[in-house]
Design a protein around this ligand. Structure first.
Ligand SMILES: [Mn+2]
Length: 317
């Protein structure tokens, strides 16, 4: 049982950010361990999420805020929390979800602080937060490189940083591969698994790895326009996939749009495959070149045909 007390001034984001800055290794470790337990419980008990393996099924009701890669960008996370009023709404018990598409750490000096805030939000509002897996939270044989999270943790916590890191690695095993919003969206970090023929291939992709390529493609692949089939990816893992692969996945899951992160794009978002794939990248600053970050804040009950229906809900910053 995880017991978290809500600070009286939780609506003041600066309190949370201050906590993230000042936290010590003992508190941080406690938080990560609590969240691991919370996610184990989330799967074994009937809650508000319907979970199979590492797949979450959501009804198409309520508000959702969908956040792409953060990579240690605390400022962007702060901006999104401020501008969506997520904390106030979640605290008031409104039907609102915040879904992270993965890639929380690495490449940003505030990777530890981003982890702290994301995990603290999960502890405070477990039914309102969904944590997905990115290629920077992948399995041991397929972890993104450079992976500088352990360096940031050692800088912040000294020797104890290594233990904190090992516990975060344990957390990686519990992050979700896929989120399904029934009849509407499939959310994943990278791309459509080209060999998937049943929903279990996505839900249990982590147990079929490395014998099947589903998890690798979910975490690493990128869409490419104007081709069919798959091509080797310049990333060295995953694939470049054409519109037919997207079509197969949408049909398999009976949804209309793939929402994913993974790729920096100049405007913070981009649309591929004739409106069937929406990419969100929520981080700004080096080593990436995008001028804007973006997130989606949408009413899940609204009618959608393809990603162009979502343009008004995409917030660039
Ligand atoms: Mn990525």
């Amino acid at each position: 049982m995880v017991v978290v007390t809500l600070p009286s001034s939780i609506n003041d984001l600066s309190v949370l950010i201050n906590e993230a800055t000042k936290t010590n290794s003992r508190e941080f470790l406690h938080l990560v361990t609590d969240i691991v337990q919370l996610m184990v419980d989330e799967r074994s008990k009937a809650g508000s999420f319907r979970i199979t393996g590492r797949l979450v099924r959501l009804p198409s009701i309520g508000e959702a805020i969908i956040i792409g890669d953060l990579h240690g960008d605390l400022e962007s996370l702060r901006y999104i929390l401020e501008n969506t009023s997520f904390i106030t709404k979640a605290d008031a018990g409104k039907k609102i979800l915040m879904i992270f598409l993965g890639d929380y750490g690495d490449r940003g000096v505030q990777s530890a602080e981003v982890y702290y805030i994301v995990l603290k939000l999960k502890a405070l509002f477990p039914k309102h937060i969904i944590l997905m897996k990115g290629n920077h939270e992948g399995p041991n044989d397929l972890l993104a490189c450079p992976h500088d999270l352990p360096v940031h943790l050692r800088k912040k916590f000294g020797e104890k940083g290594s233990k904190v890191y090992r516990t975060i690695r344990e957390l990686f095993n519990h992050l979700y591969n896929v989120v399904l919003v029934e009849g509407k969206f499939v959310l994943l970090h990278g791309g459509a698994p080209s060999q998937a023929s049943k929903i279990e291939d996505l839900a249990f992709a982590h147990t079929k790895h490395p014998h099947a390529s589903h998890l690798e493609e979910i975490l690493w692949s990128d869409p490419i326009d104007g081709v069919t089939g798959t091509y080797p990816s310049p990333r060295g893992a995953g694939k470049l996939f054409g519109e037919d692969i997207t079509d197969n996945l949408l049909k398999l899951l009976d949804v209309k749009v793939v929402i994913r992160g993974h790729e920096p794009s100049k405007e913070g978002f981009k649309i591929n495959h004739g409106g069937k794939v929406l990419t969100l990248f929520s981080r700004k600053g080096p080593p990436y070149y995008n001028s804007y970050g973006a997130y989606l804040h949408s009413d899940l009950s609204q009618k959608i045909g393809n990603a162009t229906y979502l343009l008004e809900d995409i917030h660039r910053f």
